[in-house]
Design a protein. Sequence first.
Length: 629
Amino acid sequence: MQVDSGEGKTSARESHIAQKVLQQSRKAARPHSDLISEAKRVWALARSQSISANERKKHITELMNVVRGKVKLIVFKHDASRIIQTLVKYGGKAEREEVCEELKGSYSDSAKNRYAKFLLLKLIRLLPSHRTDILSSFHGHVLSRSRLLLHREASGVLADAFELYANGAQRAELVKEFYGKEVALFSQKQDQDDKGKSSKGLIGVLETMGSDKEKKARVLAAVKENLISIFNNPDKGAVRHAIVHCATWEYLDVLGRMQDSEAEKLRRDLFENCAELLPEMVHTKDGSRVVREFLARGIAKDRKTILKTLKPHIERMCLDDEAQMVLFTAVDVIDDTKLLQKSVVSIITTPNTLNTLVKSSQGRRAIIYLLIPRSRRYFTIAQIRTLGDTDNARDGVGSTKQGNGEGAMTTGEGTSKKSPEVRQEEVRRGASEALLTWVEEQGAELAREAAESLIIADIMLHAEGDKSSASQALLRGLTTPYPASSTSSASSPSSLSTPVHPLDLPHTSRLYKNLLQGGHFNHSLRTVEISPRWDPTTFAVEFVKIVGGDDGAVIKDICTKGERNGSFVVAQLCEALVRDDASSNQEVKGSREKLKQWLSTSETLKAIEEGEKDGAKGIKVLLDGIGKL
């Protein structure tokens, strides 16, 4: 047997030591190696997470003394840039201002550097007093000279500065880079009035040019050229940035106000260059407005192209506040409802997608827009106003400038031929079958959740088609004994394996009450808004048949046992069966007689009245309803 003498291990150890010595000698040979070594030593102390605030302050002061006057030498180095970032992160205003002053004149270079860009973003975020100076240093470099917007590193810095930190005036100055060199050259010579107009964006800049059509045409040509240069370089990533979307919307807004053949030609040229990139714009306010403008003013072929590019992203768009506006506008303006059904509606109404969407307010809006668009129950006034921005283009209503500068409304040929009512009816019909099937399969379970119960109610009230299966599925959820044997509270119905009875959940009880009364109660009008696509009397008959069964035991228990939380529901059931339009229907009469037989016995009435002594709500309303049977 051979014994290892250890010579191999010794030589390996010596080799490692030699490599370490060589590495240290190379580091020592680098410029400013002593400075960086000392800075790293203090940096390790300053960034420690286990020291007090006073200790950190002492180390930050020491670190500032080490790097003072040499920030530019450190910040561009891959192994030292984080030293200055730590100084800015934990330092006070004085240290931050000192670092900012040392970098003055190198802001653009810092933005383009793979390591220094993070420091620059920290300065923009943490030093508002110098933010204007930093952003002003980008002027002339956004699209020309350094071309920051198309630079791999600087593009993200510019985008974050524009979206997260710049104010309105600073954003306007950055977007002005798109207007061309002529605007940049003469903007410095503008008087105060012209500067005020320029702050309005491209429209304001064109206003300062008065009636000089050639000058305006040159500016529009410059904007178009700059936008197309970005669209032709999608690999640079600039297309997804809000500053590009802002400039694009300003350009389209001007074209929309021109309303002539030349404007239409310019719009088509821009669309042809960016059609494939529209999914990268929908997530910002201006980007969403750009895509909506293309939808509203485009021809059928353009709209088909847009839907084709958006189709893979429909579900994610439904969950985004701005992106979903594009889908809503598509529903509002596209006449080809078969195309809508195939590209949008069928995707939204798949069970898996519905289960995802129903969990968020954005997703619920996407579902309900297929049935009752712009409902005030789901959309704010501001959202409805935003959606209405494209109505004029769709309907052929616009404004033209007159000699006195005032706008006059004009009516022409709209971009959509169908009336909004017909289009909405076709979309509703196309979505209803899948939505009702979803309610049939999962409605009873979803009705137990607060937000989901609202969607279930509106699907039943406003969908088209046969709702009997969905109604029966919802009613079968009430056939469990009342009260439930579980002691879990209504505020946490899932706390135990056996849940509370659905009618002990306020939102679920309200769902059945709304279905029995035929619609939602309007608090401002103090009346129920009856849905024309729902028959509450038929639902009431099914209620008696399924929930009541042969002996009405569950309905009687709802009124006489437990907390009696279903009293309002049963009272509304009585109201639904005694409506004037239901008096001649034999099936309704039979259900009414059954209900009267179950609830009008002296024993049952006595048990109901005892509930009022126990503090149960709705007892008087219930007794009034029974009296009408």
